[in-house]
Structure formats: C-alpha cells, structure tokens
Design a protein around this ligand. Structure first.
Ligand code: AMP
Length: 409
C-alpha cells in the first residue's frame, strides 16, 4: 500500500484527497472550508470498499459526510477531516497512509523538485509568501498543523513552480535592471506546473511515444489558465510569470496587460489594493461578461450577448497568440493538449482555438471534438500533422506520485 494524503490548502480552506500513489486511484476526498469564520463547512466523500483492504466498518459503498461547525484554524480543520474519515467507518490510522503531499504554489528559485518538509523548508515556504500572498500563507498554516497532527508521517511539499525551473533565461528573465530583478526576486516562475507535468506525461503515454521525443504545447484552461511549451518533458516557456496573474485571460484575472496601464491607474488615484482586486478578482471573463463560469459565458454568447461574445473572442485570441509563439519557440509541435475545466469540456472553444490552422498542420475532426467523452482522447483528424488531444488533468495523483517517489527513495 502506497497511500498518500494529498493536501491543497488555502488561507480559509483545506482540500484533501487520499490517493493510491501507484495507480492514482482516488479513495476519498473532501473539503473543509470557511476556516476562521463563525460557521465552517466540511464535506467528505469516501470511495473505500472492501477491495481496498482497509479496516473499519464502512459498508463498502460511496459515503458522503457533511458537517457545519465552527473551524477555528487549520489545526481544527484537520481535526474535522479526521472526524469525517472516522464517521465513514475508516479512521485515518486504519488506512495505511504512508505520507502526506502538500501542494505549494510558489517555490521561488529555491525548490526545483519535491522536498521533504522540515522546519527550515516550512519557514522558507512562509517567506516565499511575499511572492504569493494569496497562496503560500495558507499552505504554511496547513503544513504546520499537519506536521503537528501527523508527526510520524513523512510530509512532502510539491511545488507548482518546480516544473518550470528548466526554462532557459530567455524565457524566464524580464528585461529590467538585473540588480533590481535579483534584489526583489523578479523573474518568470510559472505555475500550474504539476498539471502541465502530469498532462504532458499522460499525453506521451496516450500516444505510445517516449516523452523525451515529443514537443508539446499544453493549454491548461480552467478558472486559472496557462499555456506551456514542453520540449522532451521539460518546460521551456509558460504564460504565467512572477505571479499567476500573467498570460491568458482567466475566470477573474486579466492575464497580460501593459504594465503602463497599472502606472496610469496609480497616477489616477487607484491604490495598490484597488488594482490588485481589479486585476485578480474583477477582470477576465467576469470583467467582460459578468460571470467567470465559462458555461454561462458561452450560453450568453450563443444567446447574442455582445459582452459575452467579446469575452470569448479576447480569450481565444490570447490563447492563439501564445500557441503561435510556442510553435515558433519549439520549432513546431507534435501535440497540442487541452486540459482543465474549460479545455476538457468545451468543444466549441477547442474548435475556435484550432480554427484555420491548416498551414501549421493542425486540423480538428469535428465529430471527435464534439463526442461526449471523458478520458484521454484524440480530437485531431487523421490527416492532421499535429496531434490534438484532450487529457484530463489530475494534480492530486501527480502530487501523490511525486511525494511517494521521494519518500520511497
Ligand atoms: P477548473 O478550474 O479546472 O475546475 O475549471 C473551471 C472552469 O471550467 C469554469 O469556468 C467552468 O465553467 C468550466 N467548465 C466546467 N465544466 C464545463 C463544461 N461542461 N463546459 C464548459 N466549461 C466547463
């Protein structure tokens, strides 16, 4: 048994999954949210059955536990998780958990691979909160609480930035005064690395070709969105930068914007927090169309709403601009891979992104693209020189795999 408890914590929530690291099978998952508010919420789903050889008195079916209770802090959050496991008849200490894997968004230049957590590593993650104020502080709190609660289990930090540490300087450096850049840690780090890594590996498996032989462009299109150029399994460029605000149009984030626009807004009286909120929380699809749910934007566009049509037009235009750039950077591509909520589910946006690219050897098969399917699949036509694939992302399985690899030694 190589079971890893995968933790994805924010400042007010803990998402978790119990994963069989060898196979990526999900055995349980849950969410503790509204930590620190008067009333927290816990929902836990157990998929453990007799075949998993777990102890406990569960009936073997799918069980859901839901609770409303005050959850003071992350320690209380983990206690609520432990209680939920027990309530399904599978207490955590009966499950053969071998390690915890923590997702960490920002690893800076320090962490280029999964890292065993000790006090020093945890403190460094805390310090890197300067570069990721929305993410790392929550990770840190969860790490401290989990290390206290599960002192006997090895715990591993898996970083969203690590996969992009292979970017060459021409991709990762900004053209500003190098002394100031070094002083303030300003460079392109890139994010969604765990997703880009698992998706590119599974794309190679799907194609039955060695990862090392493939040039891929992965489009992670979820509420957050990023593109990644991958050469032989190594990230060589990506659309997010110092922070996850850069690049593609996202659910609520602007993506690329002239830095001069920020100076202009500052001079016109908006303060830093106003602009932070504007660009991170009130822009992107939401800014144009009033909703960040792509399904609603699509429905509104189809009903003739001009704002929603513009939102999709800018969204697609931006993705195509990155696609074109990465085709040049890589000197062509073997595969273009769609993943995450929008990329996996919205055939229309995939067709729009790949429209009129015959010259590049990219051709979608409409029936394959529109087929009501779930798993990894090919959507390009047989005469397309470039494979166009849909590969579901699974960041939790990848975190479990990486954590287990490290712990196993
Ligand atoms: P993620 O961040 O990967 O969970 O993706 C969230 C985004 O995926 C949201 O904008 C959803 O509207 C979008 N999404 C989820 N399911 C669908 C679907 N069936 N069709 C279109 N968009 C979807």
């Amino acid at each position: 048994m190589t079971r890893v408890l995968v933790i994805n914590a924010g400042s007010s929530s803990i998402k978790y999954q119990l994963v069989e690291a060898d196979t990526g099978e999900r055995l349980a998952s849950g969410l503790v949210e509204r930590i620190g508010e008067p009333l927290g919420h816990v929902v836990h789903q157990s998929l453990i059955n007799d075949a998993h050889g777990a102890g406990g008195s569960g009936d073997g079916g799918e069980t859901v536990v839901e609770r409303e209770l005050p959850v003071l802090d992350h320690t209380a959050g983990f206690a609520a998780m432990v209680e939920a496991f027990a309530a399904t008849g599978h207490p955590v200490d009966s499950l053969g958990i071998t390690a915890l894997g923590h997702r960490v968004v920002q690893g800076g230049g320090d962490f280029i691979e999964p890292t065993l957590l000790d006090d020093g590593v945890a403190n460094r993650i805390h310090e890197l909160g300067e570069l990721a104020p929305l993410h790392n502080p929550g990770h840190y709190q969860a790490i401290v609480a989990a290390r206290r609660l599960f002192p006997g289990l090895p715990q591993v930090a898996v970083f969203d930035t690590a996969f992009h540490q292979t970017m060459p300087p021409e991709s990762s450096r900004y053209a500003i005064d190098p002394a100031i850049a070094a002083d303030h840690g300003i460079r392109r780090y890139g994010f969604h690395g765990i997703s880009h890594q698992v998706v590119s590996r599974r794309a190679a498996e799907f194609l039955g070709r060695p990862l090392a032989s493939l040039k891929q462009i992965v489009l992670h299109l979820g509420n957050g969105a990023s593109a990644c150029a991958i050469d032989g399994g190594r990230s060589v460029d990506t659309s997010m930068g110092l922070t996850p605000l850069a690049g593609l149009v996202m659910g609520t984030r602007s993506g690329d914007i002239d830095p001069g626009a920020i100076l202009h807004l500052l001079r016109r009286g908006l303060d830093v927090d106003d602009i932070d909120e504007l660009l991170n929380k009130r822009s992107g699809l939401l800014g144009f169309a009033g909703t960040n749910d792509f399904r609603d934007v699509r429905a509104a566009a189809e009903a003739g709403n001009a704002d929603a049509q513009l939102a999709i037009a800018v969204y697609v235009h931006r993705i195509r601009a990155y696609l074109g750039a990465y085709l040049l950077e890589l000197g062509g591509a073997d595969a273009i891979v769609f993943t995450a909520g929008v990329g996996e589910n919205n055939a229309a946006v995939r067709a729009e992104i790949c429209a009129d690219l015959d010259w590049f050897g990219i051709r979608i098969d409409p029936d394959r693209n529109e087929a009501d399917a779930r798993g990894p699949r090919r959507i390009s036509s047989d005469d397309s020189r470039v494979e166009v694939l849909v590969i579901p992302t699974d960041e939790e399985a990848e975190i479990a795999r990486q954590a287990w690899e490290l712990v196993r030694g």
